[in-house]
Design a binder for this molecule. Structure first.
Ligand code: 5AD
Ligand code: SF4
Length: 449
């Protein structure tokens, strides 16, 4: 099908926060080339920014492509971006011939050229991992909300045996100190009050500061702490082995670093962790948690878990429940193991039957939910700050985040982007309710245009 030059576009991102960040940057890139954002079905160009981490996420792209066909037989120009694009490449248009563009996560800065090629009637595919960085080729940041993501590190060298990330996102690469600090400044100047530093292994970030000194993520966090107008700093996702002493200390010392740590363990069984090639044990993981808690006693912990990894026995699964109880997570994500083509675990013996995985997932989620509810209930009566992010369903209601990343609902005259003082008065499994305390809400710092 031949498409004229698209004038409007829609980017739809699935999966992790890095995809949300990439989706924002694609939006900014397309806008800088004069395209205008539009609703999904109406847009001349639809970019599906996909996730390949589990089979269900990867399959979703094909049903989404089918749904883009309009009643009158026309369809938009379709670009598949993200990790499915990287992993499946030319296989995508073979399976879904209506796809015009396939572009991997390290090549999306070339989207304008790919669109031009597709507009001329060709099919455009780019899954290179070019040496030149996409970041240097992207336009400056334009429109963050009060909370913004900032990718500081991409890729992974850990090769956990279940995971596609080292294949879809490539080797671990840190962005430079200068690039990150400049992007953070630009985000704050344009209204961001909270920045979440992103990386598949964000705590493996390393670089040289302006003076040529080697720095780790803690150094970067301390540099951002000094930015006027920035109120909150978070980072995700971390590997337990890269939680070094300096980063742990930062949790006790850096005022803007929020008391929240997402630290996936995946399983509570040392045998399973070994088979996963996680290169940490349950006791080394627990010792990191203990040290972080010593620095920051109120820290909220989050994790990721996989149930039904090949060979996982009932007793090994019980060990996972045990570590959930021991850590007492404030929240956690849990998934059924999903064999990914090309990963070592996909060919391992002892694949666990789906009904066993279902049962284990239900039990694990019940355990996690109970901890989450208890954590939320324990906040009732607490006074804390909330950064307002979006409107709620009820009139006058806004939703924001507590320092511990809980969603807080409250009625307020304050606006999105304000930091308000709140007393927590109610708690549910997924959110808490607050009332605003008297006093000024702290609006965004005034910045020169
Ligand atoms: N199957 C199930 N869950 C997975 N994850 C990564 N790969 C798989 C897989 N093949 C989970 C891990 C990781 C999170 C982002 O997704 O828990 O931390
Ligand atoms: Fe995947 Fe393991 Fe790397 Fe995390 S550390 S991205 S789970 S390979």
């Amino acid at each position: 099908m031949n498409h004229p030059d698209p004038k409007t576009f829609h980017v739809k991102s699935f999966g992790c926060q890095m995809n949300v960040y990439d989706g924002d940057r694609m939006t900014e890139l397309l806008e800088s080339r004069g395209l205008v954002a539009a609703e999904g079905g109406e847009a001349d160009l639809v970019v599906l920014n996909t996730c390949h981490i589990r089979e269900r996420a990867a399959e979703k792209v094909y049903s989404d492509i089918g749904r883009l066909n309009r009643k009158d037989g026309s369809r938009p120009m379709i670009a598949v971006a993200g990790c499915v694009a990287q992993a499946e490449g030319a296989e995508i248009p073979r399976r879904a011939p209506s796809v015009d563009i396939v572009v991997g996560p390290q090549a999306y800065h070339r989207l304008p050229d790919l669109i031009a090629r597709a507009a001329r009637g060709g099919r455009a595919l780019d899954t290179d991992m070019p040496i030149e960085s996409k970041f240097g080729a992207l336009p400056a940041r334009r429109r963050p909300g009060p909370t913004a993501f900032l990718t500081v590190q991409e890729g992974c060298d850990k090769f956990c045996t279940y995971c596609v990330v080292p294949y879809t996102r490539g080797a671990e690469v840190s962005r430079s100190w200068r690039a990150v600090v400049d992007e953070a400044k630009a985000l704050v100047e344009r209204g961001a009050r909270e920045i979440t530093l992103l990386g598949q292994n964000v705590n493996a970030w390393e670089g040289e500061d302006e003076t040529g000194r080697c720095q780790g993520l803690d150094g970067l966090i301390r540099a951002l702490d000094a930015l006027p107008g920035l109120e909150r700093i978070r980072y995700t996702t971390s590997h337990p082995n890269d939680m070094n002493e300096a980063l742990i200390r930062a949790h006790g010392e850096v005022g803007k670093l929020m008391p929240f740590l997402h630290l996936p363990v995946q399983s509570g069984s040392d045998r399973v962790l070994k088979a996963m090639n996680r290169s940490h044990t349950t006791s080394s993981y627990l010792s990191v948690i203990e040290r972080v808690r010593a620095e920051r006693p109120d820290i909220a912990l989050s994790g990721d878990f996989i149930v039904g990894f090949p060979g996982e026995t009932d007793a090994e699964f019980e060990d996972t429940l045990k570590i959930v109880r021991e850590v007492n997570y404030a929240q956690a994500y849990s998934f059924k193991y999903s064999p990914r083509p090309g990963t070592p675990a996909a060919d391992m013996d002892g694949q666990v039957p789906p009904e066993v995985m279902d049962e284990r997932l239900q039990r694990l989620q019940a355990e996690i939910n109970a901890h989450q509810l208890a954590f939320n209930r324990a906040s009732v009566g607490r006074r804390t700050s909330v950064l307002l992010e979006r409107r709620g369903k009820k009139p006058g209601q806004l939703i924001g985040k507590s320092p511990w990343l809980q969603s807080v609902h409250l009625e307020t005259q304050a606006g999105i982007g304000d930091l308000v003082d709140v007393e927590i008065v109610s708690a549910g499994p997924n959110s808490i309710g607050g009332i605003q305390l008297p006093g000024e809400s702290r609006g965004p710092a005034m910045v020169a245009a």
